[in-house]
Design a protein around this ligand. Sequence first.
Ligand code: PGA
Length: 251
Amino acid sequence: MARSRRPLIAGNWKMNGLTADALALAGSVAEGVKQAGWADREVLICPPATLLIGIARAVKGSGVLVGGQSCHAAASGAHTGDISAEMLRDAGASHVIVGHSERRTDCGETDAVVRAKAEAAWRAGLLPVVCIGETLAEREAGRTLTVLETQLKGSVPAGATAARLVVAYEPVWAIGTGKTPTTAEVAAAHAHIRRVLGGLVPDANAVRLLYGGSVKGSNAGELLAADDVDGALVGGASLKADEFLAIAKAA
Ligand code: PGA
């Protein structure tokens, strides 16, 4: 892992958390991060939108960053049930996940939609974490690298730079399943992603590439040590403070 790329450990809480437990969880993460005093890595939590304001307040001063899980491409308007990047920013977010495979599947988000959301993030002053990843069928058909390339080219907006972009590689079949690719497979995917980014951003070598999919305390050390892995996007294990902190420690 190149020193120029500061590791980012991001927790994606998905649709989990009611106020009391969520504040307790965020408080424990904040306390752990504060005690560890890490200057060499970043820790981000992405709670459901209803909890953003409360959690942003609760972790203030701890160094923990707060992000959204998705945003609409427009700044405001007649989009019932949606939340804009500006609203996330207003609630205390600094980051937003875009193109998570659950959004691509549940909400039919295409690469073009993801790209528009990443642009919206920039407009609002947020750092987008653009997610890509192959399905099991695509992997078994030997199409992983092609799929990643297509998703990247379609999802990363023109004008991206390392300072304005984080990419998360999340094999769909590894999300929430307890299965992970081998470190060699992760390294191969990340190397390919960085190669493709070379044609899309001027400083591809400095873009942070996160791995996501069944990361936990016990496998984080190995996964995070793979070449070109600059952090993790963590789902299930981010709902337990000690697990999440163990992953951050491994970074
Ligand atoms: P998981 O989810 O860690 O529960 O596999 C990862 C993600 O969806 O970001």
